[in-house]
Design a protein around this ligand. Structure first.
Ligand SMILES: [Zn+2]
Length: 503
């Protein structure tokens, strides 16, 4: 460790680790050979982009950072309002309105700034996701560039400089068309301009693919494999630079993904089921709506009157449906939720003031999809079947990429099968840079992949793996099971499952 230790985090949105293979991703495989792989690595719940990336940059679960889903109902104002965190301008407004409390844990950019260090972000994700990587960058004069959206970029002069040097921001592609130009633009912006001119202490280079293409074409479709190969080629340019120059300059590389994908097989309508059960369901708070069904693959239900009795009525209604997976409500005791049949939402670290009254995931299974990949699920959106989805507790939604290389890490193709997670990267980066880890972090320093000759000022922490913990609940014919595992004091979600007994 030295003051010249720098980090480059390269993210591939929604990349399943089981798609990393020599033919499709030769450069990620090259990184594995150069460094070390976390082979038992997973994300947080919900396995959604704008919950998981806040966990990457805070080192903590949503119970502490508060970004409870891609979308949520804000009950801190009257009337209550529906928030879609894809909107970067809205996120800035919410942060300023709340006195800087949009996220309830400090982020990597803020922590580094307090130590006189910088975080630069280059991303092709949605404007809101791009902002989440460093949502206060403008307050510190740090760089945050979107490969498509000017409203997510800061400072304006740096954007103009980069555009003058490598060309204008590529237009936002339609969702159906894989985003090739954006990945090239941010890669060139980093290699040809941001690194040579600014040498950030930490950089996050985030490819918004293969997520969007998987959502619109399927997990193993030709278009999805094509954009995975394209992102890997862009990453190959980064790795060429690293071997030529970056490694000697003290740069440590961490390749990540924020979640996996499974495949939708059966479309359902949660709102229709709730209407049939006597609820007035809607997609946003309104006077004639008594339950808000937040759209998306994460089941999030907000009641106008969240009494224990109404929550129990809601859980009874959804657990009688064949599409219902694991269900969580606020805790009644150490295990159970207040509604019979539900587990406490603290068990999945989803207990935050913004949390829905009822969180559920769609029932998922291990059936292979049309591309031969494990993982199928019910879903509720206006797209067809056989497309990629995520947000829930299927092990293939939770499984995510973790590969590292650099002088502080083990090398030569080292593989660790110890459980690890997305919350562990920020503590590891801060520790290796000699910066204190905030008390809010729930992740741990990944000592198992740190090279023996890297001195760790915080001491080697406990790497004891405990036996998996299993939690169960049931109601009528419905039963659910949640499995967790821990390393030292850090707890990871392994999966959640639900079944219905045949009558
Ligand atoms: Zn994502």
């Amino acid at each position: 460790m030295s003051s010249s230790t720098r980090f480059l985090v390269v993210s591939f949105d929604g990349l399943r680790p089981d798609l990393i293979a020599p033919q499709l991703t030769p450069n990620l495989c090259r990184l594995q050979r150069l460094g070390a792989t976390l082979s038992n690595h997973r994300t947080v719940y919900p396995s959604e982009t704008r919950s998981a990336f806040p966990s990457l940059v805070t080192g903590t679960t949503i119970s502490r950072h508060g970004m409870v889903g891609n979308k949520y109902v804000d009950r801190s104002v009257t009337p209550q309002r529906y928030i879609d965190t894809a909107d970067a301008v809205l996120l800035r407004k919410l942060d300023l309105e709340s006195g800087g409390r949009l996220m309830s844990a400090p982020t990597l950019g803020e922590i580094l700034a307090a130590s006189g260090k910088s975080l630069a972000v280059l991303a092709t994700n949605s404007p809101g996701t791009t902002r989440f990587f460093h949502h206060k960058a403008e307050d510190f004069g740090h760089i945050r560039l979107s490969g498509h959206f000017r409203e997510a970029c800061t400072p304006g002069e740096v954007l103009e400089e980069v555009c003058a040097h490598i060309g204008p921001l590529p237009p936002e592609p339609s969702k159906i068309e894989p985003d090739t130009a954006g990945q090239e633009w941010i890669t060139s912006a980093f290699l040809e301009f941001i690194w040579p001119k600014y040498r950030p202490d930490v950089t996050i280079l985030s490819y918004g693919e293969p997520d969007t293409t998987s959502h619109f074409h399927g997990t193993g479709a030709e278009a999805t494999r094509g954009i995975i190969a394209h992102c890997d080629r862009q990453f190959g340019r980064v790795l060429d630079w690293w071997e030529a120059e970056g490694r000697a300059a003290g740069v440590q590389i961490i390749a990540v993904s924020d979640h996996g994908h499974i495949t939708g097989h059966t479309r359902v309508s949660v709102s229709d089921s709730l209407q049939e059960a006597g609820f007035r369901a809607g997609t946003a708070p309104a006077p004639d709506v008594d339950v808000v069904v937040v759209p998306g693959q994460v089941g999030a239900l907000y009641l106008a009157n969240p009494s224990d009795q109404q929550i129990a009525r809601l859980v009874t209604a959804i657990t009688s449906e064949p599409w219902c997976g694991p269900v969580f409500t606020r805790a009644k005791n150490e295990t159970d939720g207040i509604a019979p049949g539900s587990l406490g939402n603290h068990l999945i670290f989803a207990d935050h003031a913004r949390a829905p009254d009822v969180s559920f995931t769609f029932r998922a299974d291990d059936g292979p999809d049309p591309f031969g990949l494990v993982g199928g699920t019910f879903y509720d959106n206006d797209r067809g079947a056989e497309l990629g989805l995520h947000g829930g507790l299927h092990p293939r939604e939770l499984a995510s990429v973790g590969i590292v290389a650099g002088s502080t890490f083990k090398d030569g193709g080292y593989v660790s099968s110890l459980p690890s997670g997305i919350c562990d990267f920020a503590p590891t980066i801060l520790s290796l840079m000699g910066v204190s880890i905030p008390a809010s972090a729930t992740g741990r320093v990944l000592n198992e992949i740190i090279s023996a000759d890297t001195s760790d000022p915080l001491g080697r922490r406990d790497l004891t793996v405990a036996r998996p913990e299993v939690f169960e609940a049931g109601l009528g014919n419905y039963s659910q099971r949640l499995q967790r595992v821990s390393v030292g004091k850090t707890v990871y979600l392994e999966g959640g499952w639900a079944t219905s007994k045949n009558l």
